[in-house]
Design a protein around this ligand. Sequence first.
Ligand code: XMP
Length: 305
Amino acid sequence: MVDAESFIDEATEEISEKVGDAHAIIALSGGVDSSVAAALAYRAIGDQLTPVYVDTGLMRKGETEGIRETFDYMDSLRVVEAQERFLDALAGVTDPEEKRKVIGEQFIREFEREARDTDADYLVQGTIYPDRIESEGNIKSHHNVGGLPDVVDFEGIVEPVRDLYKDEVREVARALDLEEVVSERMPFPGPGLAVRVVGEVTAEKVEVAREACHVVEEELEEYDPWQAFAAVVGKGTGVKGDNRVHGWIVAVRSVESRDGMTARAQELSWETLQRIQSRITGQNDNVARVVYDVTHKPPATIEYE
Ligand code: XMP
């Protein structure tokens, strides 16, 4: 485990030395990794840092508002409203890796524009140790590793948390007084709700996933999971009132893990499962059924795509 206080001092000093009087930019995702990297960099160089938050429309409920509040103290924060552009780019795309690619490319386009506009010399990234391992092993393409450095000719890249595990990043977040919504936030995939919607990403499926994820997070807080969420996995028949409907199937997933590389499905009480089921089917007439995923990782991954 890291000594958070000395880590913060050392990281801040290293960033100041590296960046000097130049300008830096960071893509803020709202997750704990990029938030800690941004907070460290802001401590080191203040408004020489431009944190850019791209609202892809694939974020969790209340995420954008939360970002604005948490980082209100950073005068240089930019929020890019890109929801429609992402949905347009994803229309007709069904392959999981293709989805990641489309999202990654759209993200780069949005970010590139901001980077050029701010004349940034350095790129700050919230890459953590497991990201590097999974990317090097080619297990999946992470849009937060690689890609960004190539779009603009940055003088250098700063990755202040590159040697830390997630629990160590949280420790640093607490020491930095980052609000609980950030420091205790569950990991959320870079491609957002797009990997919690099996098949084509549509505004309707994303909305079902977003509302269902919110219910699951609220109901499972007491179980303290590594990640708990819901995904739209397909369609099935159901009855609503007197009508037979063809509605969405929502899968609920809750796992324990240390670093996301392996995970165990959590055992939940029947009452909890039924409460989740009743809230999710109750909030949207187009949801026909709710199922609970009992698969560990391996053999399953944590996300659905
Ligand atoms: P999987 O689904 O591969 O996920 O078991 C392991 C951990 O990584 C997160 N995840 C991602 N994070 N970009 C990310 O930044 C991605 O493309 C991505 N895919 C999965 C996932 O939420 C879990 O914490």
